[in-house]
Design a binder for this molecule. Structure first.
Ligand code: NAD
Ligand code: WQD
Length: 341
């Protein structure tokens, strides 16, 4: 029987939980390793509900080689690793740089070592559009030069990409894909899994849904004097379910590779830029609910506009986004008012 086991670090988190479900749908057998530092056991329960069986879960830190060794001993060998586990809050990373470097880089290195030792063939890494900073030319392609990171979080993604590249250049028997996610939003159609921020949300969409639900006062739109059609910032918002499916494609792509050492990078976005005001208006139109907001000053460090070229993922992985921002916002609202409420 062929090995279908995939180690999913951070599988209890926002993107990881959706990916676990897509992996199961594609016939894989995910095993989750998560220290629940930014997630909740309730999500694990709902993953099991959606899966129809108890998805193996190990509570622990993926930066700890002893824990990773135990996971391999109990559940290995793995056909692949999908490595989501990381801390991701930009502002927090500025105040706690060592915690971010330690968690995000030690985690990556302990898994790469384990993958090398145990002959795990495929490794998919969660990178971010943050590595592009404010690009000089849009849309951004995988070949667009990277900008120096503005925060330790972004730096961990740039450093991680360099580590991955070096490991492969050095001839390690590892096939690796880094996916540069743009802005993931939305929730699963079942309403059972979604973004569950611990404490105050930091990203736009959970702030919008919480403001609309009356749970968090007014939303502040950070600046309307940017050089964009309506003056607000532009991002490439990608439905989390589409993003999850890109991981399944990445694993299939890695399994097709013949060279023992292999590295590739893909943007995962929609290719379409949407402004903050456009997103708010779309939310209001799709849900019929008003979002209380005010326009405030710019947020320090914000990028004016960015969106992806997804030509490479389309051509090479055969992947492209199928869901829309409307779909994502409706699902985010269903999540906010159903499960989250
Ligand atoms: P999340 O916080 O919801 O999920 C991350 C999960 O990893 C959490 O369940 C957390 O408990 C776990 N974790 C963190 N450190 C760990 C460790 N050392 N050992 C074990 N588990 C650990 O975040 P997410 O939005 O699902 O992001 C997943 C990945 O995608 C991260 O690497 C993040 O940097 C990256 N990413 C996220 C976004 C975004 O906007 N959400 C955008 C680009 C890239
Ligand atoms: C989106 C837009 C804000 C909140 C972050 C990380 C980045 C990557 C993706 C992980 C911006 C505006 C927001 C609010 C607002 N993550 N906004 N009022 O800034 O694109 O990127 O997530 O890798 O590294 O920095 O996402 O959701 O914070 O903001 O007007 O209360 O919404 O100015 O234009 P961002 P975001």
């Amino acid at each position: 029987m062929t090995n279908k086991r995939i180690l999913v670090t951070g599988g209890a988190g926002y993107i990881g939980s959706h990916t676990v479900i897509e992996l199961i749908a594609a016939g894989y057998e995910p095993v989750i390793l998560d220290n629940l530092s930014n997630s909740d056991r309730k999500i694990l329960k709902n993953i099991n509900k959606l899966a129809g069986y108890q998805v193996p879960f190990v509570f622990g830190d993926c930066a700890d080689p002893v824990i990773v060794g135990k996971v391999y001993k109990k559940y290995g060998p793995f056909k692949g690793i999908v490595h989501f586990a990381a801390l991701k809050a930009v502002q927090e990373s500025i105040h706690q740089p060592l915690r971010y470097y330690r968690n995000n880089l030690d985690g990556l290195m302990s898994l790469l070592e384990a993958a090398g030792q145990h002959g795990t063939g495929a490794f998919v890494f969660s990178s971010s559009c943050t590595v592009y900073g404010q690009p000089d030319k849009l849309p951004v392609r995988e070949t667009t030069p990277l900008k120096d990171a503005e925060c330790p979080y972004g730096d961990t993604k740039e450093m991680a990409e360099r580590i991955l590249h070096a490991v492969v250049r050095g001839g390690a028997a590892l096939r690796i894909v880094a996916l540069r996610y743009f802005n993931p939003i939305g929730a699963h159609a079942s309403g059972l899994i979604g973004e569950l921020p611990i404490g105050a949300p930091k990203n736009l969409v959970p702030l919008v849904t919480q403001a609309a639900a009356g749970n968090r006062g007014q939303l502040t739109v950070y600046g309307d004097d940017y050089n964009t059609p309506d003056g607000t910032c532009i991002r490439d918002y990608i439905h989390v379910v589409d993003l999850a499916k890109a991981h399944v494609r990445a694993l299939a792509y890695l399994q097709k590779q013949k060279e023992p050492s292999f590295y590739d990078i893909f943007n995962v976005g929609t290719g379409r830029g949407v402004s903050v005001m456009e997103l708010l208006r779309t939310f209001e139109k799709e849900t019929g609910v008003k979002v209380p907001y005010k326009v405030g000053p710019r947020r320090a460090g914000d990028i004016e506009k960015i969106y992806a070229s997804v030509d490479k993922a389309t051509k090479v992985l055969g992947w492209k986004a199928e869901l829309t921002v409307k779909d994502a916002l409706k699902s985010a609202w269903a999540w906010e008012t159903g499960y989250c409420a």
